[in-house]
Every structure is written in C-alpha cells, then in structure tokens.
Design a protein around this ligand. Structure first.
Ligand code: ADP
Length: 411
C-alpha cells in the first residue's frame, strides 16, 4: 500500500467514524425524546435526521391533537350524561354495574363509586326488576316502586354482552294523574246530585200534567220549580267556579298591573256580605291600610269576597264579622276576615285550599258552597305573591289573613 493509499484509507476511516458517532448521538436524542413526556418538542437536527425528526414531530403533533379532541368529546359526553334528567346505567357481563350517572344513582339508591362492578340484581332486588333483566322486553318499560318513589325502567341491549338501563322518576307524574282522576270523579259527583234532583222534579211535573193524571196544584208545582231552580243555580255556581279555577290554573295571563282602590273594594265586599247575611250578623270594617294595591281588580275582588262570604256562611246568626285592612311594619299590607263562627279543627287547616276539600260537606252545600272557593283564593294570592294564613279554633271562630308584600302596595 502506498502512502497516498494509506492516507485516503485513514481519511475515509475518520469520516466513517464521525458519521457513526453523529448517527449515534442522533439516535440517543431520538430515544430520549421517545421516552420524554408526550408533547416534548422533537430535537433539532439537520440533513436526513432533521427530515426524519420533522416527520416524527408532525405525526406526534397530530396524535396529540387527536387525543385532545377525543378527550374533549369524552368530557362533553360525560357532562351530557350528568345533566340528563333520566338515569343511565351500563351493565356488563353478569349484569355488573360498569357505569352510571348521578340521576340513576339517585333513582335506584346506588353509590356511583362503591357499587361499580357489583351485579345490579344484588342491589336492586325487587323480583319484578330481576325478572325483567332476565328476559327484558326491550323498549317496553316496567314500573317499579322503590324507596318511596315510582320509577319507570327500560332495558336495551348495548354492544356485545352489555345492557343499557334507563330510569325515570315518575312519582310526580303519577301523583298528577291521580289528582286528575280524583278531580274528574269529584266534579262528576258534584254535578250528579243536583242533576238527579232536577231530573226528579221534571219527571214529577211531567207526570202530573200528563193526560189521565191528577193535576198537580199550582202552589205545589211552583214549590217544585223553586227547588229545581235552586239546584240549577248550584250547578251554575259550580261551573262558574270551575271555569274561574281553570282560567287561573292554565295559561291565564298574569294579573293586570292596575292600582286597585282598596277603599272601594272593601265597600263592595261589605255590601255583598251584608246582603248575604240579611241582617243576621254584625258586620264591621276596620280600614287603616294603604289606599291602593297593585294587581288584578277582578281577581282581588273575588278572593277578598270569597273569604268574607265564607265568614257569613260559617257563622251562626247573631255572630260578628270584621273585615280589616292594615299596613304592615315591613311595608306590606294585610287583609283579614275574622268571624265568631263554627271554627275549624286544626287538622283540617292545611287542606282547606285543596279543591273540593270541606270540613262538613252537608253544611257547605246547604250554604251554597262549591268546595272551590279557597282553591280559587289560593291561586289568586299566588299570582299576587301574597300568602294566606289561617287561625281558627273549633267553636270559637276563625281569622283568614292575606299578607301582601310591599311590592304590591301602591300608596
Ligand atoms: P265551600 O264552598 O265548601 O265553602 P271553600 O273552599 O270556600 O269551599 O272552603 C272550604 C272549607 O273550609 C269549607 O267547606 C269549610 O269547611 C271551611 N271553611 C272555610 N271558611 C271557613 C270559616 N270562615 N269558618 C269555618 N270553616 C270555614
């Protein structure tokens, strides 16, 4: 080998070693980067290594972005299921609980941490539910009573070996349905009694004036007609009250914000109950309250009149009734009706504003009651942010107070 040849050989050797060293350094940097936390910037390098690093960097950035988007989707899904008004449970093999949202935990009385993995039938043991899970009729819900609530539960297959369980608390819905049914039954009953009486009188009169029958004397016929008219009046009052109540309950516009002249309203109510009492009671008005009240004149007139006429109807002759209108220290005002009548036993007081609730059905009917007066009062007061307070003692008399907030008071 010549000197030239040797030195070329040695030079190439040095270059090869330098290249090897450089590659080694880049490989070490690449390994370190790969071991570093996700998101660490890719090391800088020139040439082919630089291109390789740049390609890796792009891919890593893409992967991080996809991961971020996925996480975002997951977070959104989680937030959605947390906000769902329905309960959602995912059951895996053996009906073990894999996941449930807070509503399902609440509905079924489960713990979303402790109960994970436990077969749901070990925790919700109602036989009806256990049977339903064994042979679920997919999409057809069952009704379950659990922990004092009415639940609707539906199961649906969900991926291989999984079941999706949806729960819904229908307690309130069932209560409303029962109320609706009771209401229809009550109204039918209330209308049926006077209608039967009217029909009876009509038949008697028809038979009495038919050919071949003895004539009914005119005064007897007039008596029957008067009784029939009474019953027709009762039906009329009931229908009027039902219409008022339904207008108040369903979609009636909020009370018109007019300023109601309380002095005039008190005078009107006084006149109305004086005529109802026909001199059988002592009636007095105490008026030291504000001159005006903001609200609906017709509604306030009906509520105040209802309370006052009840005082007359439930106070025996000789008793006294006071209508009072006072300002309250907090800027509000109070309308109070006090009577010395039959009073109310305390256990009835919380229920008096329920539709058709009466302490003594016979007495209420005799005095022309429909059983809806206080229900109407309650609705009117709610619409005026006012509240009703009842104090009464059986045999001693009652006070019905309406407390209006200061925002309703006008001068
Ligand atoms: P009603 O048409 O039967 O009077 P309300 O809704 O006005 O219906 O009242 C419900 C029930 O409350 C009445 O049936 C009666 O038993 C009781 N009640 C109301 N006001 C008085 C009162 N001032 N004194 C005694 N009982 C009253």
């Amino acid at each position: 080998m010549t000197v030239l040849g040797w030195s070329i050989g040695a030079g190439l050797g040095v270059v090869a070693v330098a290249l090897l060293l450089r590659n080694h350094v880049q490989l070490v940097r690449l390994t370190r980067w790969a071991e570093a936390p996700v998101g660490t910037p890719v090391p800088d390098a020139g040439g082919l290594w630089g291109d390789a690093f740049a390609a890796l960097h792009k891919r890593a950035r893409g992967a991080a972005e996809s991961r971020r988007q996925l996480q975002e989707e997951l977070d959104r899904l989680e937030a959605l299921t947390q906000a769902l008004p329905e309960g959602v449970v995912i059951l895996g093999s053996g009906h073990g609980i894999e996941w449930l949202n807070p509503q399902a935990a609440d509905d079924l009385g489960l713990d979303s941490g402790r109960d994970l993995g436990t077969p749901i039938v070990n925790l919700v043991r109602e036989p009806e539910f256990v049977r339903y899970l064994e042979i679920p009729q997919h999409g057809v819900p069952i009704h379950l009573r659990r922990l004092g609530r009415a639940l609707q539960i539906a199961a649906a297959p969900f991926g291989p070996g999984h079941t999706l369980l949806l729960t819904r608390d229908v307690t309130q819905l069932e209560r409303l349905e029962t109320m609706r049914r009771d209401f229809v039954a009550n109204v039918s009953h209330e209308l049926k009694t006077p209608l039967t009486v009217v029909t009876g009188f009509i038949e008697t009169l028809r038979d009495g004036i038919g050919p071949g029958t003895g004539e009914i004397p005119a005064d007897e016929a007039a008596h029957y007609l008067a009784l029939a008219a009474d019953q027709a009046g009762r039906m009329q009052r009931l229908i009027d009250d039902l219409l008022t109540l339904s207008a108040l309950e369903t979609g009636a516009p909020p009370p018109q914000e007019e300023v109601v002249d309380m002095r005039a309203l008190l005078a009107e109510v006084r006149e109305e109950i004086a005529s109802l009492s026909a001199g059988r009671h002592h009636i007095r008005v105490e008026d030291s309250g504000p001159a005006g009240l903001r609200g609906s004149a017709a509604e306030l007139r009906s509520a105040c009149g209802n309370l006052a006429s009840n005082a007359v109807r439930y106070t025996p002759p000789g008793g006294s009734i006071v209508l009072a209108w006072h300002a309250l220290p907090d800027g509000g005002a109070e309308y109070a009706v006090t009577d010395t009548g039959i009073g109310i036993e305390s256990q009835h007081i919380p229920r008096l504003t329920e539709r058709f609730y009466r302490v003594d059905r016979g007495r209420s009917r005799e005095s022309g009651g429909t059983g809806l007066g206080l229900a109407i009062v309650k609705h009117v007061l709610e619409r005026h942010q006012a509240r009703l307070a009842i104090e009464s003692q059986s045999g001693q008399g009652s006070t019905f107070r309406v407390i209006f907030p200061h925002v309703r008071v006008a001068g």
